[in-house]
Design a protein around this ligand. Structure first.
Ligand SMILES: [Cu+2]
Length: 163
């Protein structure tokens, strides 16, 4: 009995090894072929989204370049002058504003002066204009007036209000 069992064992062993190797080889081939398919699927499916992303990025850059408004543009006023008045009589700006005044003379000889901002147009004749520009860097109410003759006393004045 003992001898018989030992011989059966030793006879079976090489066969078992061959079977095991075949199973491993089959399993290995199966896994390998599956893995290969997965890689192929991944590479073929990544092509389309890449082009879409590029298009989105391009649209965003184009939109960005259009948004550049001039925030520091001067606040512009046209003030007309005559015997003995300014029109408008008041102008209002914010502190820090760059103020541009176009003084237009309709009759006689006049100018427009604001002492506190060292602003003065040249003395103009009827039909002429002169432009001054300054930064309203302090708050308050400041008088603009005509410095010709006694025009200021005659009422040729106005108010610049800086808030
Ligand atoms: Cu005047």
């Amino acid at each position: 009995m003992d001898e018989q069992t030992e011989t059966t064992k030793s006879q079976n062993s090489p066969l078992m090894i061959v079977v095991a190797v075949l199973i491993l080889a089959a399993a290995g081939f199966y896994l390998y072929s599956n893995f290969g398919n997965k890689i192929l699927n991944q590479t073929s499916s990544t092509n389309k989204p890449t082009t879409n992303i590029t298009t989105v990025v391009q649209t965003k850059t184009e939109a960005k370049s259009e948004t550049s408004p001039n925030i520091n543009a001067a606040k512009e006023f046209t003030i007309r002058g005559g015997m003995f008045w300014f029109d408008p009589k008041n102008i209002t700006v914010q502190k820090g504003d760059t103020v541009k005044i176009i003084f237009t003379n309709t009759e006689g000889t006049h100018d427009l002066v604001i002492d506190e901002f060292n602003v003065a147009t040249k003395k103009t004749n009827a039909g002429e204009s002169d432009t001054v520009q300054f930064v309203a860097d302090k708050m308050g109410t400041f008088e603009y007036y005509c410095s010709v003759g006694n025009h200021r006393q005659m009422g040729m004045v106005g108010k610049l209000i800086v808030k």
